[in-house]
Design a protein around this ligand. Structure first.
Ligand code: FNR
Length: 191
């Protein structure tokens, strides 16, 4: 994407649940983004479980996923916490994007992590387990502000609007910081 279109951000959603708090939050978050930042949600539920044998007959969902990430200017990982780590479906998506060896679509792509939980700790464990992967994948990842979203079941009204203006503004600031980060780190696509 060109700068005139704004930055193209893919939000990878680590939950498959229809009523996912994580997806609802990112949907609301996308409405807070400045015009210079376009956020598109990307599900991971259609990706075959990673099996290197499948590289010989590439599953279409793998191809499409890799291509979408490759085109993006940045990646926002939005994840719930399962047993103090990331859900297996998100790890699978990370693995799919990372191969074939030497052709990872993640490499060099600016990223941010938004961890989401109805609990008080804001999925801190998932956030930091994910960061361990991002180090290895060579994704320059926004450090501050850290985004541990707790009590996520109380954030939005039934219409998907933020209940608390202060939390909404905090998330807007997070997006601004991410926009600045992606602008500074962005690698132009080869022509
Ligand atoms: C959870 N949940 C959970 N929450 C948390 O804060 N820390 C945790 O370690 C776990 N572990 C966990 C394991 C499994 C298998 C499930 C199904 C759930 C609760 C979790 O935060 C809650 O279900 C969220 O609503 C999941 O996010 P979505 O699907 O609403 O986006």
């Amino acid at each position: 994407m060109t700068m005139t279109d704004g930055l193209d951000i893919v939000a990878v959603i680590g939950s498959l649940r229809r009523e996912s708090l994580t997806r609802k939050l990112v949907t609301a978050l996308a409405t807070l983004a400045p015009p210079s930042l376009r956020i598109e949600l990307l599900g991971v539920g259609d990706l075959d479980l990673y099996d290197e044998d499948l590289e010989a007959a590439l599953p279409e969902p793998w191809r499409a996923f890799r291509e979408r990430i490759r085109r993006a200017d940045g990646v926002l990982f939005a994840t719930p916490e399962y047993n103090r780590s990331i859900p297996g479906v998100l790890k699978n998506a990370i693995d799919v994007g990372s191969r074939p060896y030497g052709e990872s679509v993640w490499a060099g792509k600016p990223a941010a992590v938004l961890s989401v939980s109805p609990g008080a700790l804001g999925a801190f464990g998932a956030n930091h387990h994910l960061r361990q992967c991002l180090v290895f994948l060579d994704m320059p990842t926004l450090q501050q502000p850290e985004a541990y979203v707790g009590h996520a079941n109380e954030l939005l009204d039934p219409g998907g609007n933020f209940v608390d203006g202060a939390k909404r503004e905090w998330l807007r600031q997070f997006l601004r910081a991410f926009e600045g980060w992606v602008s500074r780190q962005r690698i132009p696509l080869p022509t």
